[in-house]
Design a protein around this ligand. Structure first.
Ligand SMILES: Nc1ncnc2c1ncn2[C@@H]1O[C@H](COP(=O)(O)OP(=O)(O)O)[C@@H](O)[C@H]1O
Ligand SMILES: [Mg+2]
Length: 463
């Protein structure tokens, strides 16, 4: 490995967005490197690097925005994002660091979108804007903090640039679906993107997406948990604690977006063979999770029965492109209503799998699980209080029902009429959560386990 690759092998596993945590890195290879902006002959420079990280039995691609400056010239506020010192190809020592934190460089990056004729536009990395879109430069990027799997930079009140950390060759579904939904009042408008030709691939790969920033938007997860909290600590009046109106509206918006996706992109009907294959995959995930989490095993027979019922459903199941990673944190509430974000799907799943058509009820199931999480989250710190547990459970139940009602009112297939399918999808999601929590946040494990226990205790869906 080169000197830079050695430095990155130490730095990479410490990044929040690194998805291979806990497994030692055997090798880092810089697959490609391109200078996107340069502030002058002495820098700073911003390069985009595509890395291949080799770990036991797997190799994953990541994107890194690398800043470089001569030693001694790194401003003090960037010292904490320094990666190390290495030599350039010309033999000069240079300090390299995470350029997403460098306001001077991010300002220049936005400017690149505004200058379609800038040199390098038609090389292996290209800045693209949508026809008719004129990008206003002049602001610098502020990095979003928070539990992100990617890294987003907010420019003033205008734009947000999301750089995709885990890369898979080809178009990113976030860009693909947001473009298909362009004009919809329920998604943020895409203005441009950065794409690269990865060595060995003919289709361009999306590195980043530039979107209109929605100012004064509140995250759905933040709104929902604040509401549960006020209810549980007794400060919420009946009116304040009635989130159900929001849940119903979110359901309607979700249905609208599903309908727009179905109108703009291919649709199909799931064949019986396809349904059996889906059920098999769910059974497989259940077996893996039950082997690792004994508390799940006692409910496994009821969950299995739900999967068998799903495989035997004889009505045709419409499939289409869906959100793919839908939960309360993927929607923001604006003055005008809900706006849905982050159509990337699950970033650790290969893009070609995420592009497969699926039932929109999978997204519905994802959101229903999220209501259980919002309610359960606040119980994590208060175990063994039956009154609180009852209130949290009731909150989740009311909001789940409201969301489903809104979804049906908005023209989505009525969840009430597809309970067998919905139940299987919800179990599948909860089983995934069990495994995730057991591995990452054991004190949250009770949230999906309790959902599974109560759903497993409910009578099977009639019919
Ligand atoms: N267009 C936008 N306008 C306002 N806020 C946004 C916008 N896009 C994203 N955000 C904020 O950034 C957060 C992370 O964005 P998201 O696309 O979900 O990234 P990730 O893929 O890392 O989860 C969102 O939860 C939201 O709070
Ligand atoms: Mg997200």
């Amino acid at each position: 490995m080169s000197q830079l690759e050695e430095l990155l092998a130490v730095w990479l596993p410490r990044q929040r967005w690194f998805s291979g945590k806990g497994i030692p890195i055997r090798q880092i290879r810089v697959e490609s490197r391109h200078t996107l902006v340069s502030a002058g002959p002495d820098g700073p420079d911003l390069d985009v690097l595509v890395l291949q990280a080799g770990q036991r039995g797997r190799s994953s691609r990541y994107q890194l925005l690398l800043g470089s400056r001569p030693p001694g010239s790194l401003p003090p506020d960037l010292a904490r994002v320094a990666i190390g010192v290495c030599r350039t190809a010309g033999g000069r020592p240079t300090v390299v660091y995470d350029a997403a934190h460098d306001a001077q460089l991010t300002g220049l990056l936005l400017r690149r979108f505004a200058e379609p004729a800038a040199p390098g536009q038609s090389g292996q990395v290209r800045f693209r804007t949508l026809p008719g879109e004129r990008i206003r430069p002049g602001t610098t990027g502020r990095i979003l903090t928070g539990e992100q799997s990617n890294t987003s930079l907010v420019f003033g009140q205008d734009y947000i640039l999301k750089t995709f950390r885990r890369l898979w060759p080809g178009p990113n579904p976030d860009l693909e679906l947001t473009m298909a939904l362009s004009g919809s009042p329920y998604v943020a408008r895409s203005c441009g993107w950065i794409e690269a030709d990865l060595p060995g691939y003919t289709t361009p790969t999306t590195l980043a997406m530039l979107q209109r920033f929605i100012p004064q938007a509140t995250d759905g997860w933040v709104l929902a948990t604040a509401n549960v909290r006020s209810l549980l600590d007794g400060t919420g009046s009946d009116r304040q604690s009635a989130f159900t109106g929001e849940a119903a509206r979110l359901g309607r918006t979700t249905a609208e977006v599903h309908r727009s996706l179905a109108a703009a992109l291919p649709t199909d009907v799931l064949s019986p063979v396809g349904a059996a294959a889906l059920a098999d995959a769910m059974v497989q995930r259940l077996a893996t999770a039950s082997a690792e989490v004994p508390e799940l095993a006692e409910h496994a027979p009821r969950v299995m029965a739900a999967y068998t019922d799903f495989a035997e459903v004889d009505e045709p199941l419409p499939i289409q492109r869906i959100h793919g990673d839908y939960h309360l944190g993927q929607a923001v509430r604006t003055g005008a209503g809900w706006v849905l974000l982050d159509f990337e799907g699950e970033p650790t799943v290969p893009v070609r799998d995420r592009q497969r058509l699926s039932s929109p009820l999978r997204d519905v199931a994802g959101m229903l699980r999220s209501f259980d999480y919002a309610a359960g989250y606040l119980l994590v710190g208060h175990p063994g209080d039956p009154e609180l547990e009852w209130a949290a459970h009731a909150w989740a139940q009311h909001n789940r029902e409201a969301f489903c009602r809104g979804y049906a009112d908005g023209g989505g297939s009525d969840p009430e009429k597809h309970l067998t399918v919905l139940r299987a999808f919800e179990f599948d999601k909860a089983v995934y959560e069990v495994l995730y929590e057991a591995r990452n946040r054991p004190n949250w494990l009770r949230v999906p386990l309790e959902s599974i226990a109560s759903a497993a205790a409910a009578p099977p869906v009639p019919g």
